[in-house]
Structures are given as C-alpha cells and as structure tokens.
Design a protein around this ligand. Structure first.
Ligand SMILES: Cc1ncc(COP(=O)(O)O)c(C=O)c1O
Ligand SMILES: [Zn+2]
Length: 486
C-alpha cells in the first residue's frame, strides 16, 4: 500500500513517518528532529498564509482503533499515538514508557499548581438546551472545569510536552532554557502560567494597559513575568503582539494559542475533538452539526482537524456541519468566508452558467458538493497565497460581552474556513442580546457560571434556531469553553 508520503507500507514500523507538520501556504515540510517545530521558516511577511498543519498517515498509526475506546482518563496519555509531539518524540528515539512518565510527572505538577491535572472533560446530551433549540439532541462539551478554567491549557500542555521531549532527546540544550512568551491578558495567559509554573519554566506575558487587575494578580501569583505594553508613538498594530515578537527574536519560545505563531498549539487542542469522538462512540451516537466560537481560531481549527482525523481513523462516520460563531463586535473570519465563498461560487457560475444560490445555507450546501470540489480547492489554494485579499485586521475597536473572541484577526482562519466549506456549514455572527440569552440558558442548564465568551457557540445555535435553520430530528454539538472569573 502506498502512503501519502510516497513510501510503502512495507517500511518497518520504526522508520515510518506517522505524523508530519507541513506549511499549508508554501508546502514546507518541517524536519522531524526540528527542536522548535512551531512556525514555517518561510514566513517572512509575504502574502502567503504560512501556518503549519499536521499530516497524519492514518494507516501507520498502530492500534488506532483501540485509542478512542481507551479508558485512560488523561487525554495526553490516551491519545498519545495521535499527537504529533508524541510521534515526533518516538521518531527521535524516545520510548513510549518515557513519554508516559513525562506526562504523568508534568500532570502531577499541574495538579499541584491548579488543584487537578488534565482529565477527560464531560461531553453529554443536555435536554434543556435541546428543547430550547428545538432539536433531538444537544451535545455539550464542558471545558470550564478544565485546568485553569478553560480549554486553553490543552493547547499549551501539548506544546510543553514537546519542549520537554526535545530536551530529553538533546534537541534543545537543557542548561540554558529560553523563556516562554505569550501576548494575552485572559484565559490563554492564565493557562500558560499554570503549565509554565508546573514545568518550572520562566514565562513572559505581554499585557495591554487596560488588562483586568484580577487576572494580572493571578498571573503574578502563578509566577508569570508581566510586561505592560503601552502604544508607542508612530507604531502600528497591537503593542503586546509587537513586544511578544521582540521577545521571540531574542530567543523566547512562542507559548501561545495561535496556530500562526506556533502550529504545534493545535496538537493538544485536538484532544477535545478526540474526546468527543470517544464519547459518541461509547454512546453509539452521532452529531450532525457543531458550533464553534472563534477568536484567533485555534479552538475551532483544533476541533475541525481533530474530528477529521477521528473520521480518517474510523472513529466517527463523517464530519458534522461546522459553523464558526463570531460577534457583531468583530467578525474577520465571517468576512473572509464571505469573500472566499463568493470568489469560488463566482468562478463556478462563470464556468457552469448556473445562478449562484441566494441564501447562506443554500450556498454552503452547494459548496460542499463534489461538483464544486475543484473550484473549492482552487479557491483555497488562491486564498493561501493571497491572504490579504481575505484576512486583515478589523478596522474598528471591537466591543462585546464575549470579549475573549474579539481578536482583530483570525490567525487560523484558513483551516476553519476549509472546515466550513468541506462540511456545508457557514459562519454565524451573533448580537449581544443572543449572547446574553445563551449565557443565561447555559447557566440554567449546567448550574455553573460560564463566561459569555464560553457560551458564544450556544449563542450561534440559538441564532440558527431562530432562523429556522435547525432540523427537529438533528443532533447539534457545542463547547462551553470557559468559566466566569469573579
Ligand atoms: C473561554 C474561551 N473560549 C474560546 C476562545 C476562543 O478561542 P480561539 O482564540 O482559539 O478562537 C477563547 C479565547 O480567548 C476563550 O478564552
Ligand atoms: Zn510556509
């Protein structure tokens, strides 16, 4: 059997490349022994969307069928064979037992800092939410109980495990550890601080002048080194991001939840999707649609790619329809999807002489058909080499009660757009009233206090339901991603 990388399946298992990181923009393949497999080396300010994606050679994953049925509660152990970090470490000579010890030791340290380590988070049906949406089943993934109160730690645990593996393999010198760096004043920084403290690594956090003092205090308690970043005269762009980039140029490690700065951040995020696949398999259930709220896009990219891999490994029969959810405050991804889908449909209409559908749902359904596959692929290739035609910073200062998804650019936009085009989903832009309604419903249903960012996916589902776009027989899924911080 030929594998996608041209080798034969007869290659001995120990020599087979199971997992590779490849730049979606320029095709650069990251060397298996690169100590920092984070960013495409060709990302030099051209208009190519240099974001690393993982290529998994599903047929080469040993005992893939057993992984999803495993009972191990720690996702970084249960799904280890699916993680790029694990496969790259194994390729470099690290043993399975050594990986397991590394995860257990780090997880125990996380538990000491945080109260508990990484465990499978609940994913189950919620009758009240299903009733409110008017659907047969509503599957809710509860991430507010995860390490540091949001899903963000999954991304950073994946990165940290690779950093530790690289050290064990001698790819990174253990003596002079470079600092870790992140630009954030929210859940990502808090998760980074927990994981960094657990690993006893220095973390530099670049925060804006208006950061929440309670979050700053918590970050300080966690030992993070805070840098307030005022806007400097004559400087364009986010000053926190610019200082973060300065730190990287001095050798710091991008310890972020943004795939363009660190493509490996998607690796740990996928454990969310793999847990969803396991739970569905256990219950003999399926989901028809998933609503994913989007800020920088790493959460949605992780879930989409994780579900796609679960499908390729036979754990879920097909991909659900994917909807990205943004707020009226800022919707750069919805804008990009609109521009790209118009580009694709325009090319198709020119060739076929057929009229372009009028509604978003009809257009999305058409885009997912095999008839349009060629035009979609061509559009995606065009977008990956003409990024600025589709994605640029939101012009106005964005405001929303869901303030964790107000990123002025969607860094992982192409992966999320691809997921929508492939599955017949489309982006939803919600207003403040719907965000409030969703949060109240989630609080009633879960008897917890999620934040408005964390319930924005549910707001998207309420908006679809209000538009009559949901089928009473269908099963929808969403993630409640974060807890309100008092
Ligand atoms: C609770 C919560 N949910 C979702 C998101 C959005 O994730 P992403 O930026 O990866 O799109 C964030 C980002 O800050 C968040 O804090
Ligand atoms: Zn590249």
């Amino acid at each position: 059997m030929a594998l996608a990388d041209g080798r034969s399946a007869a290659t001995p298992a120990s020599e087979r490349v199971v997992s590779e990181l490849v730049c979606r923009g320029c095709g650069h393949v990251v060397a298996a022994d690169a100590p920092r497999p984070f960013r495409c080396p060709n990302a030099d300010g051209d208009d190519v969307d240099h974001v690393l994606r993982r290529r998994l050679h599903a047929a080469a994953v040993e005992k893939a069928g057993e992984v999803f049925a495993g009972a191990e509660p720690n996702p970084f152990l249960r799904y280890a064979p699916l993680l790029h970090g694990y496969q790259a470490a194994r390729h470099g000579g690290l043993g399975d037992a050594e990986w397991r010890v590394m995860v257990e030791v780090l997880d125990e340290a996380v538990a000491t800092v945080n109260g508990h380590g990484f465990r499978e988070t609940p994913f189950g049906t919620d009758p009240l939410i299903a009733e409110q949406l008017g659907v047969a089943e509503a599957w809710v993934k509860h991430e507010w109980g995860n390490v540091s109160g949001s899903h963000k730690g999954r991304h950073l645990m994946g990165v940290m495990l690779w950093l530790q593996a690289a050290e064990q393999l001698g790819l990174e010198p253990a003596g002079e550890r470079p600092p870790l760096a992140i630009a954030s004043c929210g859940n990502a920084a808090l998760a980074a601080a927990v994981v960094a403290q657990a690993a006893q690594r220095r973390l530099e956090v670049f925060v804006p002048t208006h950061a929440n003092p309670r979050v700053l205090e918590r970050l300080s308690i966690l030992g993070a080194h805070l840098h307030t970043c005022p806007r400097q005269a004559g400087e364009a762009g986010d000053p926190c991001y610019l200082r973060f980039r300065d730190a990287l140029s001095r050798g710091a490690v991008p310890f972020t939840c943004q795939g363009n700065e660190n493509g490996l951040t998607i690796d740990g995020g996928k454990t969310l999707a793999w847990e969803m696949a396991s739970a569905l398999e256990r219950h003999g259930s399926r989901i028809d649609r998933v609503l994913l709220h989007v800020g920088g896009g790493a959460l949605a990219a992780s879930v989409i790619e994780g579900l796609r891999e679960a499908r390729d490994l036979g754990a879920v029969p097909r991909l659900p329809r994917v909807h990205a959810v943004q707020t009226k405050g800022a919707y750069p991804l919805a804008r990009a999807y609109e521009l790209l889908s118009r580009h694709i449909l325009g090319r198709w209409a020119e060739e076929s002489g057929e009229p372009v559908p009028e509604t978003a749902a009809e257009s999305a359904a058409l885009l997912a058909t095999t008839e349009l596959r060629f035009f979609v692929d061509e559009g995606l290739d065009h977008a990956s080499s003409h990024r600025s035609e589709f994605m640029w910073p939101w012009e106005e200062e964005p405001h929303s009660i869901a303030d964790g998804i107000l990123d002025d650019e969607t860094y992982d936009w192409l992966a999320v757009t691809e997921g929508m085009l492939e599955t017949g989903g489309w982006p939803i832009v919600v207003d403040e009233e719907t965000l409030r309604r969703a949060n109240a419903l989630a609080r009633e249903a879960t008897a917890t206090t999620p934040c408005h960012t964390g319930t924005a996916g549910l707001a998207g589902a309420l908006a679809l339901s209000g538009d009559g776009a949901l089928d009473p027989a269908e099963s929808v899924a969403l993630i409640v991603s974060g807890i309100e911080r008092g």
